[in-house]
Design a protein around this ligand. Structure first.
Ligand code: BGC
Length: 372
């Protein structure tokens, strides 16, 4: 076999190129993977700034990671799925070791995350599970089923359903149909409440109660929008609660919806004395203030600081190649795989314990929630 000098020269140049590129790559990669102070950038993709909780999550998460020495690149997607996809795309191009994603639509990210996986980037699903993909490495969240269960239990206890009281008028709502969490919230609540619907202790005058738990989306509020919940509650009150009929309990799956429902109750003339049992979730400032004033019964607090701490720990363990701490390897099947998960325990907040839980822990000042 004859090889020309020209070919040999080309081969040698090629080999140099390969070696040079490999050296370049490994330098950049190891900087990004291990050199925390040396410039590893962690991607953080958040759904929207319009809901208070996500702003808190983002700020705290960013601070935690920066305090640990990581650079961060955080984007909010204005609740627009396409925007979130292109933001994740940009993050992938920055070559991070890990991207943390709180998804808008849990089923829409599979293609972009496949690219992340191919680039060797680990993905942590934050608060909301990402479905139909094998490109999610870990999930960190509060126990979503437990959140709904706490809401259901609260209604049972406040109305005395477990002591046989009733019948009461009850109106249920569920969260955004594209949010995987919303299903767990509803399931948790419904498992508590359904037996009392069956026994006739709870009646739903509007008829807006799903025939079974799998139909939870039929009473969902798209994108968790407070104004939509308000309009829906107004319609129910105007159409089914005339002539002295009063609503005794409302299942609101989160605080945004509870705020909308509160506006509708207000406009309809409900007062502190006639206010129904009203649930919530997130311990948003306006809602906790309402709880203190007796205009919302409870909220389920998911301390965003704990969630962020856990997510930051996961990032650090991944980057250092350590075993990642999880405590649930069975529950969160995403359609393609069971995602190893770290579950945190939520806490019920009401007028009695708001100060102890939220003020004493530094989450809010007393003044911020109307306690001064
Ligand atoms: C979160 C809730 C939040 C809701 C709306 C859910 O996925 O778990 O905490 O209230 O989204 O943003």
């Amino acid at each position: 076999m004859k090889i020309s000098l020209k070919k040999i020269a080309a081969m040698i140049t090629g080999m140099f190129l390969v070696l040079a590129t490999a050296a370049g790559c490994s330098a950049t990669r190891s900087d990004e993977y291990y050199g925390r102070s040396g410039g590893g950038t962690i991607g953080i993709s958040m759904p929207s700034k319009s809901l208070e909780r996500w702003s808190r999550d983002g700020d705290y998460l960013q601070k935690q990671l920066q305090d640990m020495g990581y650079k961060t690149s955080m984007q909010y997607a204005d609740n627009k799925v396409e925007q979130q996809i292109s933001q994740i795309q940009n993050m992938i191009n920055e070559g991070p070791a890990v991207i943390i994603v709180a998804s808008i639509d849990g089923s829409a990210l599979a293609p972009v995350l496949a690219q992340a996986k191919q680039a060797g980037i680990k993905v942590i699903a934050y608060d909301r599970l990402i479905r139909d993909t094998d490109a999610v490495s870990y999930y960190v969240t509060f126990d979503n089923y437990r959140v709904g269960q706490m809401q259901g239990e609260y209604i049972v206890k406040e109305l005395g359903l477990d002591q046989g009281k009733g019948p009461f008028n009850f109106e249920p709502f569920s969260g955004s149909p594209d949010d995987n969490n919303a299903r767990y919230f509803f399931e948790g609540a419904w498992d508590q409440l359904k037996p009392y619907l069956d026994k006739g202790q709870l009646k739903v005058p509007s008829g807006k109660a799903p025939a079974n738990v799998a139909d939870w989306q039929s009473i969902g509020i798209q994108a968790w929008m407070a104004p939509t919940a308000q309009a829906e509650m107004e319609t129910r009150l105007n159409s089914f609660y005339r002539g002295g009929t009063r609503v005794d309990a409302v299942l609101a799956p989160n605080d945004a919806l509870a705020l909308g429902i509160t506006q509708a109750l207000d406009a309809d003339g409900y007062t502190q004395d006639t206010w129904p049992v009203l649930t919530g979730q997130d311990a948003d400032q306006a809602n906790v203030t309402n709880i203190v004033k007796g205009r919302q019964s409870m909220t389920v607090w998911k301390d965003t600081r704990k969630l962020a701490d856990q997510a930051a720990l996961m990032v650090d363990q991944i980057v250092k190649g350590e075993e990642v701490t999880v405590n649930d390897t069975e529950t969160y099947e995403n359609g393609m795989m069971v995602v190893p998960t770290y579950l945190l325990e939520p806490v019920v907040i009401n007028a009695e314990n708001a100060r102890e839980k939220l003020v004493d822990s530094g989450y809010y000042s007393a003044a911020e929630i109307g306690l001064e």
